[in-house]
Design a protein around this ligand. Structure first.
Ligand code: HPA
Length: 240
C-alpha cells in the first residue's frame, strides 16, 4: 500500500486514468467499456480499475465529490502511481445561455470559490487550466465522433458549496462568461500544475441553472455514453 487511501501497488494504474465522481460509475465504466478490467483499489469504496480500451491500457477511479476529495485522489495518482494523465468525466450545471442540456462542456479553465490554491502561497490568484495536449487530442476526437457541434470549451466554475449557489452568485459567474458549474476540476488542474502532469475535465450538462431544467435519468445515460466515448478515444489518442 503506497498511501492510506489507495491499496493499489506501483504499476497497478495505467498512464491515463479517467475519474468520475461516483464509485458506482467507476465500476460501470470498467464493466461497460474496458476489456479485462481488474479492481486495483477499494479503500473507502473509491473503486479503481485497470483494463484496456481497444488494446490500450486505461484506468478508471472515482474522485468522490468536491475539491478536497479530488485533491487527495488525483495527487496520489500523479505523485505515487506514476499516472501522467487524468481526465475527469462528470456532470455540470449550465450557467450559459448557449450551453444546453445534453451538451458537453470541456473546462479549458477552472475558476473556483475554493481556497485550495492558498496552499501554494502565491500572493495572487492562480489560473487553473487544463493541459493543452489533452484538449487538442480531445477536440480532434470530437470531430471523429461527430460531437463537435454540441461541445463547448471554456471556463467552468469549481464550486465548494452546492447549496450556496444562489441565483445572484450564479448570475455573477455567468456574466463573466463561465459555461457551467461543477465541483472538482480546479483541484485536479492545480495538482497537475504542481506535479508537472496533464489533466482535462469533460462534463455532460445534466441541468440548466438559468432555465431551471434537468435531464431525466434515461437521457443522462445517453449523454454519459457520448462523454465516455470521447474520454476513452482521447485517452488512447495520447498513446499514439
Ligand atoms: N452545482 C455543482 N455541481 C453540479 C451541478 C451544480 O449545479 N450540477 C451538476 N453538478
Amino acid at each position: 500500500m503506497l498511501t492510506a487511501h489507495n491499496s493499489a501497488v506501483a504499476g497497478d494504474f495505467a498512464a491515463t486514468v479517467l475519474m468520475p465522481g461516483d464509485p458506482k460509475r467507476s465500476k460501470y465504466i470498467a464493466e461497460t467499456y474496458l476489456e479485462n478490467a481488474r479492481l486495483v483499489n477499494d479503500v473507502r469504496g473509491i473503486q479503481g480499475y485497470t483494463g484496456s480500451y481497444k488494446g490500450t491500457p486505461v484506468s478508471v477511479m472515482a474522485s468522490g465529490m468536491g475539491m478536497p476529495s479530488m485533491g487527495i485522489y488525483s495527487y496520489e495518482l500523479f505523485a505515487f502511481y506514476d499516472v501522467q494523465n487524468i481526465i475527469r468525466v462528470g456532470s455540470a450545471g449550465s450557467i450559459h445561455p448557449a450551453v444546453a442540456l445534453r451538451d458537453l462542456v470541456i473546462g479549458m479553465g477552472a475558476s473556483t470559490t475554493s481556497a485550495f490554491a492558498r496552499q501554494y502561497n502565491l500572493g495572487g490568484d492562480f489560473s487553473a487550466i487544463c493541459s493543452y495536449d489533452l484538449l487538442e487530442a480531445c477536440m480532434h476526437c470530437t470531430d471523429t465522433l461527430g460531437l463537435r457541434a454540441k461541445t463547448h470549451v471554456g471556463n467552468i466554475l469549481s464550486s465548494d458549496a452546492f447549496y450556496g449557489e444562489t441565483p445572484e452568485l450564479i448570475q455573477r459567474w455567468s456574466d463573466m462568461g463561465l459555461l457551467a458549474i461543477e465541483m472538482e476540476a480546479a483541484a485536479l488542474y492545480m495538482n497537475a500544475a504542481k506535479l508537472g502532469k496533464r489533466a482535462l475535465t469533460i462534463c455532460t450538462v445534466s441541468d440548466h441553472l438559468l432555465r431551471h431544467e434537468a435531464l431525466s435519468s434515461e437521457e443522462r445515460e445517453k449523454t454519459f455514453d457520448e462523454m465516455m466515448r470521447l474520454a476513452l478515444e482521447t485517452a488512447i489518442a495520447l498513446e499514439c
